[in-house]
Structure formats: structure tokens, C-alpha cells
Design a protein around this ligand. Structure first.
Ligand SMILES: Cc1cc2nc3c(=O)[nH]c(=O)nc-3n(C[C@H](O)[C@H](O)[C@H](O)COP(=O)(O)OP(=O)(O)OC[C@H]3O[C@@H](n4cnc5c(N)ncnc54)[C@H](O)[C@@H]3O)c2cc1C
Length: 384
């Protein structure tokens, strides 16, 4: 069995690794001239770490990460506690995106990756799929996985008329500062006013990852740094202890990333007989739930479990879709509940309800015990 994976991002590389470990011959086609990662830090949840354990790279991923806790404070510095959820519902691992992609590229095998090779089109036949690439070459395979991100060209052919859409007024600014210049004794995630949230998390190598996001932003003016500082003012009340603002001020303009948040609309199907979408190509979602990559890593693991060297590809892809579409419908519901929470306290509760659900409803790996016997939170949940 042979698979072509389009996209050498987190999900394409994890898909390649999962398929190779399943005994499938894999080629990954990445449009960029190198494996790189747009972005700065990335929070990975236990679901992603369980997949990496299953694929034999869990310890290596933990070694490049720093454990963190997703507890929120308000702009006045008060903890927005969620006593109905346990500490395990808040735990994540912060990794640097570029380091994670490098690690995954090494694990899957650099020789399986064709760089500077974009996807052009595919033709599906009863017994194979022919993939045409931008350098004029052709790959024949049993299955094609489109892990080519929010603007997926594979999705453009598989589910026409579903371009990525702007989430109106939703913007994010972020950076990794290798040497923050101040001693940070804690991480801080803040839910402020004016639809703003953000904070800073220390990285494994002594730096800091800061981020600022805003829903329903007015039109942007000024430099990226000015834009981020304007929003940080809604996250830190008073003139003292403005650590986030100090970190932003200390960040060179060129290190600051800005994103207009893009969403993929709910898709009527994710697969055909021999083509499947995974990761942001299928479900680019709002990053306010900090889970797009973790959920995409789950997609990759499931493909690796369902596709087997001598197996029935259309049946495996149908089973994949039957698992994924309802899961994402629930993600969308819970994510909307967080986004539309009327107060920071409600936001924090809905957020914990989402992470609790995500962590306790995942599919266990073969031979692994189910994550928890009790998929319900401790005392009620705004998600129910
Ligand atoms: C501000 C922000 C913060 C976020 N924070 C988190 C977080 O903390 N935790 C989390 O879980 N998620 C987070 N996310 C979501 C996460 O970034 C995405 O879900 C994840 O990167 C998706 O990975 P992917 O591999 O599917 O897509 P991508 O990372 O977009 O990778 C797609 C790859 O495909 C390649 N490609 C594209 N088109 C073609 C083509 N035609 N041919 C060949 N190759 C192609 C691209 O070059 C790229 O390498 C965040 C998102 C944003 C915007």
C-alpha cells in the first residue's frame, strides 16, 4: 500500500509517521522549500501526547516542551477558578512549532519528504489515485491524504466551494522572545475586556511565548507592536505589573506575527473512496480553544489505525469520516459556547468544559485503556 500526503505541517508529518508505522509506503509532498512552521509556540493537550507515545516519539516531544496549565485570570489579576474541573483538565505542553516539525520530519524520515513540490490535482480511479504535482511529476498511490492546511487545494477539489473564510474581526498577535530580559516566576493567561485575551507562557529553553487575541476587533491601525500593545491594555488593569505589555514592548517588530483568523466551514464530507482530508484542511477552527493541532494529530493517528497494508481503503476512509464529522460537530458547539460566553468567568468555565470533554472523549489507541471511565466533569458543566 502506498500513500501520498500533501502538506508537511504538523498534521501531514504526523500522518506520514502514523502511516509508515502502519507499514504503508509514504511520500509527503510539501510546497515550501524546507520544513518550517509558521507560528511561534503551540500548546499540545494529552490527546496529542498519547498519539505521539503511540507513534514512539512521545518522550522526544516532551523533551522539547514545557508543561503548562491553562488557568485564566481576569484583568485585575484574580484567578477565574473552575472548581468543577480537575487539574488534569488544564494541563498542556508548550512546544516551539519549528522544533516540533523538525522532530517529526526526522521521525518520519527526511527521505520520504519531497520539498518544493506542491499539489496540483488528482484523478481518482477504482484501484488507485493519481496525484499531479506542480513540478510536472505524477505520483500513483492507493490513498491521498490532504493535510495542506486551511487553504487546502486538495479540499478545493474534493469539496468544491468551501474556501477558508475570515472570522470577522478576529485577530491574533504572538511571538517567542528567546531572552525576555525580565525574570518571570509564573505563566499568566488573561481574559480581559473588549473581547481580548492573551498572556505569556515560559518556554522550555528560557524564553517566553506571548500572545494577544481579540474577537470583534475594530479595523487595525499602526504597527503590529502597537496593535498588540493596544489590546494588552485591556488585559492588564492599572499602571503596575504590566508584564505582558513589557514583553510586547521588548519584542522586535519583525518577530511579531499577526493573523486574521480563518475558518473552514463545516464540510458535508471529508473523504471520497481514496482521498481524505486531515487537520486544518478539514477543520481550521478558531484558536481560542487552542486545540486545532491537537485535534489534527488525532486525525493522523486515526488514519494510521484504520489504513492497513492489505486493507480496504474506501472502507477505512468511510470509518474515518464516520468518526471525525460528529466529533467536530461537537467541537464546534463547545467552541461557540466559549466564544459567546458573556463574561470572563463564563469563558473560563466553558473553556474547561471543552478541554474536559476533549480529553475524556478521545479514542484510545489499540491496547490502551479508555482515557477515563467518567467522561463527565466533577460537578456540572456549562457544556451540558
Ligand atoms: C494564532 C493561532 C494560535 C494557535 N495555537 C494553537 C495551540 O496552541 N494549540 C493547538 O492545538 N492549535 C493551535 N492553533 C491551530 C494550529 O496552528 C493548526 O490547527 C495547525 O497548525 C494545523 O496544522 P496542519 O498541519 O493541518 O496545517 P498547517 O500547519 O497549515 O500545514 C499545512 C502545510 O501544507 C503545506 N501546503 C499548503 N498547500 C500546499 C500544496 N498545495 N501543496 C503542498 N503543500 C502545501 C504548507 O506549506 C504547510 O506546510 C493555533 C492557530 C492560530 C492561528
Amino acid at each position: 500500500m502506498r500513500a501520498v500526503v500533501i502538506g508537511g505541517g504538523i498534521v501531514g508529518l504526523t500522518s506520514g509517521l502514523a502511516l509508515r508505522r502502519a507499514g504503508i509506503d509514504v511520500v509527503i509532498c510539501e510546497r515550501a522549500p524546507e520544513i518550517r512552521a509558521a507560528g511561534a509556540g503551540l500548546g499540545l493537550w494529552a490527546n496529542a501526547l498519547a498519539v505521539f507515545d503511540e507513534l514512539g516519539v512521545g518522550d522526544a516531544v516532551r523533551a522539547i516542551g514545557k508543561p503548562g496549565e491553562m488557568y485564566f485570570h481576569d484583568a485585575a489579576g484574580r484567578l477565574l477558578d473552575t472548581p468543577e474541573f480537575g487539574p488534569e483538565d488544564h494541563e498542556f505542553l508548550l512546544v516551539h512549532r519549528a522544533k516540533l516539525n523538525d522532530l517529526l520530519a526526522d521521525a518520519v524520515g527526511r527521505h520520504t519528504i519531497r520539498l518544493a513540490t506542491g499539489f496540483a490535482a488528482y484523478e481518482e480511479h477504482p484501484d488507485r489515485v493519481t496525484v499531479r504535482l506542480t513540478d510536472g511529476s505524477v505520483e500513483n498511490a492507493d490513498v491521498l491524504v490532504g493535510a495542506d492546511g486551511a487553504y487546502s487545494a486538495v479540499r478545493g477539489q474534493l469539496v468544491p466551494g468551501t474556501p477558508a473564510e475570515e472570522h470577522p474581526g478576529h485577530h491574533a498577535w504572538r511571538a517567542v522572545l528567546p531572552d525576555p530580559g525580565i525574570t518571570l516566576t509564573e505563566d499568566r493567561l488573561i481574559l480581559g475586556t473588549h473581547g481580548c485575551r492573551g498572556g505569556y507562557v515560559r518556554t522550555q529553553d528560557g524564553g517566553v511565548y506571548w500572545l494577544v487575541n481579540q474577537f470583534r476587533s475594530p479595523p487595525l491601525t499602526g504597527t503590529r507592536k502597537q496593535q498588540a500593545l493596544e489590546r494588552a491594555a485591556f488585559l492588564e488593569e492599572g499602571e503596575h505589573g504590566r508584564v505582558l505589555s513589557a514583553l510586547i514592548a521588548a519584542t522586535p517588530e519583525e518577530r511579531i506575527l499577526h493573523n486574521q483568523i480563518m475558518l473552514v466551514p463545516p464540510l458535508p464530507h471529508w473523504v471520497s473512496a481514496r482521498v481524505a482530508l486531515a487537520g486544518d484542511a478539514a477543520h481550521a477552527m478558531s484558536p481560542h480553544i487552542t486545540a486545532g493541532a491537537t485535534l489534527g494529530i488525532e486525525d493522523a493517528a486515526l488514519l494510521g489505525r484504520l489504513l492497513t497494508p492489505a486493507g480496504d481503503v474506501p472502507a477505512a476512509l468511510a470509518a474515518y469520516e464516520a468518526d471525525r464529522i460528529p466529533r467536530y460537530a461537537r467541537v464546534a458547539e463547545l467552541s461557540a459556547a466559549v466564544e459567546h460566553a458573556p463574561t470572563p468567568r463564563e469563558f473560563a468555565r466553558h473553556y474547561a468544559a471543552f478541554s474536559h470533554w476533549m480529553l475524556t472523549s478521545r479514542t484510545a489507541a489499540p491496547g490502551e485503556e479508555k482515557p477515563t471511565a467518567d467522561p463527565q466533569p466533577r460537578r456540572g458543566s456549562p457544556a451540558r
